[in-house]
Design a binder for this molecule. Structure first.
Ligand code: MN
Length: 230
């Protein structure tokens, strides 16, 4: 079983490996976690035995697919809790990070879902047009805060365009899988391109492939495009 400490290692390695631009190294991990390199090695050995990472070379570390899934799951909770402590409760950045880092390991799926519902309702239409609950966009054309014309699906974005997640319109396991990928209200994503089986997006400088089914469930607000401003 993953302990909080091992989960923190996975999270650190995940963040060091942004877009696979470079592999994580023991000394980077040690400095990131403020520990000695000698205490990093046993943790990496354990994670490697559990199938979460592999040493490609002597000094470099790379997460396996299983490792990436586990790391994203912890990081998603971190992002959500940080948002709550910082943006909602008004805590300073550093203490909010520290609260999030402590609680991210204990937050259950249901607890996470309730936090997400809270943020979804804050992003919902203030005029109670239920515009995110229905596909009927016309009912909300008068809603100024919401800019319903920009509310869309990743399917309708052009390659290279970015958007902010507003809502995950599905329930149960399908919803939890999306949340565990870090696709949460207020999080920025960029569409990379369509693939044979879905759409490739960029989230927190990592590429991630979504199935068409998942794409359909994610409601986003497109960032204002240059052509709309002129
Ligand atoms: Mn932590």
């Amino acid at each position: 079983m993953l302990t909080p400490s091992l989960e923190d290692y996975l999270e650190t390695i995940y963040l060091l490996q942004q877009n696979n631009s470079r592999d994580a190294r023991v000394r980077d991990i040690a400095s990131e976690r403020s520990v000695k390199a000698s205490s990093v090695t046993p943790a990496l050995k354990r994670l490697s035995e559990m199938g979460y990472l592999c040493y490609e070379q002597r000094e470099t570390i790379r997460l396996t697919e299983q490792g990436k899934i586990a790391a994203r799951r912890v990081y998603a909770r971190h992002v959500l809790l940080f948002q709550f402590f910082h943006d909602i409760l008004g805590m300073d950045e550093e203490p909010a990070k520290s609260e999030a880092c402590g609680m991210e390991h204990a937050l259950s799926d249901e607890g996470m879902d309730r936090f997400v519902q809270f943020f979804e309702s804050r992003l919902a239409c203030p005029n109670e047009h239920k515009c995110q609950l229905q596909d009927d966009a016309a009912s909300c054309n008068a809603c100024p805060r919401h800019q319903s014309s920009l509310r869309t699906s990743i399917d309708h974005l052009e390659d290279g365009c970015s958007a902010t997640v507003l809502r995950i319109r599905t329930t149960g396991k399908a919803r939890q899988t999306i949340l565990d990928m870090g696709i949460l209200p207020n999080v920025a994503i960029t569409r990379v391109r369509a693939t044979k089986t879905g759409i490739l997006i960029d989230i927190a400088n990592h590429e991630l492939e979504l199935t068409n089914e998942q794409v359909k469930a994610i409601v986003v607000r497109a960032d204002q495009m240059a052509s709309n401003e002129t």
